[in-house]
Write a protein that binds this ligand. Structure first.
Ligand code: HEM
Length: 182
């Protein structure tokens, strides 16, 4: 079975050079110069300056029609031209987690149009969502995006749109880490 647990290790060396680290909400993380993403497990002790763990999980809110569309257009990570990346750990508030599943979906998809907006930026932006909340991590989600320099402006535009939504009013910690492939 393919590994589903990954360690994102902030350190002094690694395959991605950190070009900026911006704390948008909540406590910052210790500044690092490099990041690497490696297959991990739940018992191994931490390495590097810090390690954030995430699990590739099932979809929670995406319905079949959107899932089919995503699968048809999205690109995989690791494209040679995608030399830029963003690693954005996110935590949502207790108010969010106290909502029922259908209420959360309504906020994400009906009111905030998360998938609808995001879909416009595919296949230029390759993405992967890692879940962290259920393994007692400091963030709920580790989000990862890869793109070519030519698509950097489009990525910024996407972030501006998403951060204006009702969904984002539930985000209580967000660190935006930008990376360049070495
Ligand atoms: C979840 C699509 C960009 C952060 C999701 C889901 C989809 C999606 C379909 C729902 C997964 C599920 O059903 O469980 C997209 C597309 C994007 C995009 C197509 C275009 C590139 C972004 C960006 C961010 C982001 C730029 C962060 C800055 C998240 C988070 C979740 C999520 C945190 C989990 C939300 C939750 O479960 O409460 N995305 N997304 N996404 N996305 Fe995006």
């Amino acid at each position: 079975m393919a590994n589903t647990i990954f360690d994102f290790i902030g350190d002094t060396a690694g395959e991605w050079k950190v070009t900026s680290m911006t704390t948008l909400k909540g406590n910052p993380v210790t500044p690092v110069s490099h990041l690497k993403k490696v297959p991990g497990n739940l018992v191994q002790s931490e390495t590097g300056i810090w390690t954030l763990k995430g699990i590739v999980s099932n979809l929670r809110y995406t319905e079949k029609e959107d899932k089919d569309k995503l699968v048809a257009v999205q690109e995989d990570l690791g494209r040679p031209q995608a030399t830029l990346a963003a690693f954005i750990p996110i935590r949502k508030s207790e108010a969010w987690w106290n909502l029922a599943q259908d209420e959360r979906r309504k906020i994400m998809e009906n009111k905030s149009q998360h998938t609808h907006t995001g879909m416009k930026y595919l296949p230029a932006i390759a993405r992967k969502l890692f879940h962290s909340r259920d393994i007692g991590e400091p963030f709920d989600f580790l989000t990862w995006f890869e793109y070519a320099p030519a698509d950097a402006d489009a990525f910024e535009e996407l972030l501006v749109s998403l951060r204006k939504t009702e969904e984002w009013t539930y985000v209580d910690r967000e660190i935006d880490i930008r990376l360049k492939k070495i």
